[in-house]
Every structure is written in C-alpha cells, then in structure tokens.
Design a protein around this ligand. Sequence first.
Ligand code: ADP
Ligand SMILES: CSC[C@H]1O[C@H](OP(=O)(O)O)[C@H](O)[C@@H]1O
Length: 397
Amino acid sequence: MAVLTENTYKPLTVESAINLAINLQLFTNKENLVCKEIGDGNLNLVFHIVDNEKQKGIIIKQALPYAKVVGESWPLTIHRSEIEANALKTHGEFVSHLVPKVYHTDKTLAITVMEDLSHLTIARTGLIDGQNYPLLSSHVGEYLAKTLFYTSDYALHPFKKKDLVKQFSNPELCKITEDLVFTDPFFDVDTNDFEEELKDTVREIWKDASLKFEVAKLKKQFLTETEALLHGDLHTGSIFASITETKVIDPEFAFYGPFGFDVGQFFANLIFQVIVRTGEQRQVILNHLEKTWDIFQTIFTDSWQKDCLEPFAEIESYLPYILGKIFTDSIGFAGCELIRRTIGLSHVKDLDGITDIKVRIAAKKTALKLGRACILYRHKINGMEDYISFIKQNINE
Ligand SMILES: Nc1ncnc2c1ncn2[C@@H]1O[C@H](COP(=O)(O)OP(=O)(O)O)[C@@H](O)[C@H]1O
Ligand SMILES: CSC[C@H]1O[C@H](OP(=O)(O)O)[C@H](O)[C@@H]1O
C-alpha cells in the first residue's frame, strides 16, 4: 500500500501505520488491529499496534524531521532513526536479552519496527510510584559493562572500531547534549527553565568559575573521547522494567563517547529517586547505585580477562586505572545531568511531579547542590562506599 511504495518521507498516521504493518506481513487481518500513537518522549512518534484476537503487538517508532517537544522551529535529522535501530542491533549482539528486538527498519520513512514491551513499565514511572525493581541495577550494570567493553578498542580490531565510530557519527543529537547538558545550564540562556524560587541558587551556579572550569573539562571529554558506542541518553525514562525483566530502549543519541557518560546518566537518574525518597525506600535506591557499579566492574573485568585484545592489558595497574577513570568521570557526568534536569530544558518527573512547591524547591536545591559537589569533588571520591556517604552527606546537610 501507499506507505511502502512512496519513495519519500511522510509522518505516519494510525491508518498508515496499520497499512504498513499489514504490508510487512506482521499481521494478516486488518479488522482485528487497534493502533494508538503513544509517544510521550520529546522527539518522536510511537505507534502501538495490537491484534486484539491474537493478543500480539508491535511498536513502530518514527522520527519526525523536528524535535516534537518544540515543534517545526527546531529541525532535527531523521537519520537518528537509523542510528537508533543500528545501536539496538549492535548492542543487541552483546545483550540481546536487555534490548527490544528490531523487526524492520526503513531509512526513508525513518521508522523502526520493534518488539512490543508494553507488558513492562517505564522505570522512571514505576520508581516514582514506589516500585523497586530488584533486578534493575544488575541488568543495567550488565548492559553497561558489555555494551561499553565490547564496542571499545579493548575488544575490537582497530579498523572495525573506527568503522563503527564513522557509522555512529551523530552530530545533531550530540549537539543537543553538548548544549543542554554541558553548556546552557551554566549560562544565562533562554532555553533554561526553572522556578523563580531557584533564581538566586542558579545565579550562583552561573557565577561559579571553578565549577564552570570542571564542566568545561567534562564537556571536552564528551567531545573528544571516542571510547565506546554509548546509548547516549540512558535515563530511567529510556528503560522498561518489571520485577524480572529490564529492557533499554531509545538509543537515538548513540555515538562513540567516553565510557563514563552512560554510567553517569544512569547514576544521576537513580539519584533523583534518592533525593525524593526517605528512610528504607531511599536505601533501596542507594543499594541500586552500589549494585550497578559492582556488577559493572565485575562484568567489565571478566570481559577484559577473557576478551581483551590490548597487549598492555597484562600490565597489572592498567585495568584498575581504566575502572577508576570510568568511576570518577561518571560522577562528574552525573553531576551535569543532575543540574541540567533541574534547571535546563527537559526536566524529570521525579522532581517536577512534586506538587507541594516548598518540597519541590527544596528537592531541586538538593539536586543542584549535589550536582555541583559531584562535579567539583569527583576526584576525591574513593569508590562506591565513599560515593554513597558523599551523597548522603550532601542530601542531609
Ligand atoms: N518497544 C516499545 N514497547 C512499548 N512501548 C514503547 C516501546 N518503545 C517506546 N514505547 C513507548 O513510547 C514512549 C516514547 O518512546 P521513546 O523511545 O522514549 O521516544 P522518544 O525518543 O521520543 O523519547 C515510551 O515512553 C514508551 O511508553
Ligand atoms: C530536545 S529535548 C532534549 C532531551 O530529549 C531527549 O529525551 P527523550 O528522547 O528521552 O524524550 C534527551 O534526553 C534530550 O536531552
């Protein structure tokens, strides 16, 4: 039908999405199909098609030629759809159980047809509702260790790695991160978004030259360290979870960047829950932080011992140096994420969803204070136990 024979891009509708699914022979009978557009993210359309009789569903994700959250005044390459599908496939080679299956892609239409994960809950939503997902941190620790190690120079022939660096060149999406995570929140620019009550605290950030110097160093790392194929946007809204399963979605920001960036983004998005929870419920999330790093280190080390191609791997201090650098960098990147999701463009519901303004402002001030401390003092934090004490101290003071 039309949608497959036209050789030009067109945004799908619920009708054309159904036609596409039939043409692709993913379903046989159109009559039983129900299609809804369920996209709740900042950028894309997401169609959920279900065959009510067979209880079977699929997802068709389509990139719009602009950022949905802002509109057509913010044009954005639809090539991000191909990047996302290829990242799902590449990461899927190492962690097939932790990412959705890709059934079909189309560059012209900028679509990825993939496994329906609607039996799971977006981790951010579940965590805000008080769910704990006991396997979340083990699964994400494994995802991080395997996707990062096996796409790096430590596991790939240099020609293959450099081919991947080219294939995953993603300048427009990286520019969003460069601006929204590493630049805008630290300057008085229009894209920033915060309550009047935070104005004084934010002005302090803008005036803080030592903080800005450290952010400049972290931004430089993001710009220049082509270490591994990152997810690029690993917040808890990009993770589906249940008590038994975890699936990482939405790697449209994928590119070759520093090991610590994905780890840091995940840390920060757990830390928002540390900030908003209290008592035992807070401890559950602190345990997730600890477990993520523990599993990450263990699997990264096993992979290094089994599969490292680097002759210098035999030097005893080399792996501890790499792991130490990832840890320190990830704390710095987490600090940037804590600040940008609080005062920059595109917030998190963990904080914005707090209805009591006093409680919300207090939580946001804590996020800013902790973010600043992570960036400034990351080199002084010696291991996860120390990091957890550091977080507790900065939250309680
Ligand atoms: N494979 C999937 N299965 C079920 N629902 C999905 C799937 N992928 C995305 N969604 C739904 O669509 C929403 C937006 O998807 P996402 O990939 O995060 O889009 P965006 O890139 O616009 O942020 C998710 O929050 C989720 O509710
Ligand atoms: C242009 S909005 C910026 C923000 O949008 C992305 O979020 P998502 O695709 O998960 O909705 C990403 O976090 C960007 O920083």
